[in-house]
Design a protein around this ligand. Sequence first.
Ligand SMILES: *Cc1c(COP(=O)(O)O)cnc(C)c1O
Length: 391
Amino acid sequence: MKVRKKFLPYNQASLNSKEINEVSDSISSGWLTMGPKVKRFEESFAKYIGIKHALAVNSCTSALQLALLAHKIGPGDEVLVPSLTFVSSVNVVLHVGARPVFVDIKESNLNIDPEDIKKKITHKTKAILAVHYGGSSADLDEINKIAKQSKLVVIEDAAHAVGSKYRGKKIGNHGNTACFSFYVTKNLTTGEGGMLTTNSDAVADYVSHSRLHGISKDAWKRYSKEGNWRYDVVDPGFKFNMTDMQAALGIHQLQKLNGFIKKRQEYAQIYDRALSPHPKIKVIKLIRHQDHTYHLYPILLTGFSPDQFIKRMSELNIGTSVHFIPVHQFTYFRKNYPVANDDLQVTNTIFEQIVSLPLYPSMTKDDINYVVNATKIILNSPQGRFYDQKD
Ligand SMILES: *Cc1c(COP(=O)(O)O)cnc(C)c1O
């Protein structure tokens, strides 16, 4: 195999003149921070999801924190959360003063395991924070049912799942508060940014003022002609608002999103077909292809060290990643929220095997095939002498 000259990064955002011109327009207009474009982005996002309220903030982490606060989760409460997630899903629980309780995942879809949720509910449990891993939805029917029975709030970490569906209906539209991420690596990016969606007027009202210092609604208009200098503070809020320059990206990214998703689905099917027969690879066929947005394409390696694999992929000029280092294994959490040795067994086992392959719309089919070939060659050559630099 000929080694490609140019490094194939693990991830790359798809931005073009549409976004550049829109940001440039924001700059020329003089309205840089939260204003008309944030509003436009929120309206189109709400329409896309099919929900009443979409509130833009500066990150998914902020959205999650506001979601917990809007649902009055705080000191003395326990929040059930998977450990195979990005650390921010758990940090926010700490920031509102509640206790994170780690729940194991299902091997079949790497999402929070409803059976383990049931085992971990106590009289202090107030919420389930369900992550839609990699763009494939968690078992929402099951989770919502448990929540209803035990009077728990469900908050969806939909950082990976913009445009994903569960039973044919968009994530964000299943009766809960959902939080999306527009971080630079995510399927839709505004550089940094996030969105909270809800059908609840009360949640929307709380978020709309607490994202901007707690000052009364539409305070951002105070510097416009129809604005008023007088405003009130109803809560000690945060500085979590999105800017118009970010929304300028979001407006166009949203228009392109379905195209992005199609490309990801097409490439994921190529990976599935090429890699699933390999004896050392387990591909995770999570849910129906048409519902899955493939933010991640994880494979599980059996009988081959992920560390070695990642190193060799890098020698072949391919970037890979691992999603995620289980949160309970980090020093802070080991010290303060230790879990029993026999707990989270699926999470611990998966972490020993998992690697994410690059998958994004600006990759070409040749890039995808190169990744497939490199993967097979590496796994088939235990000595590591698997390619010829001069070939
Ligand atoms: C990226 C990510 C977040 C955080 O998103 P930000 O917008 O960077 O705050 C939260 N949860 C998961 C699962 C993520 O992957």
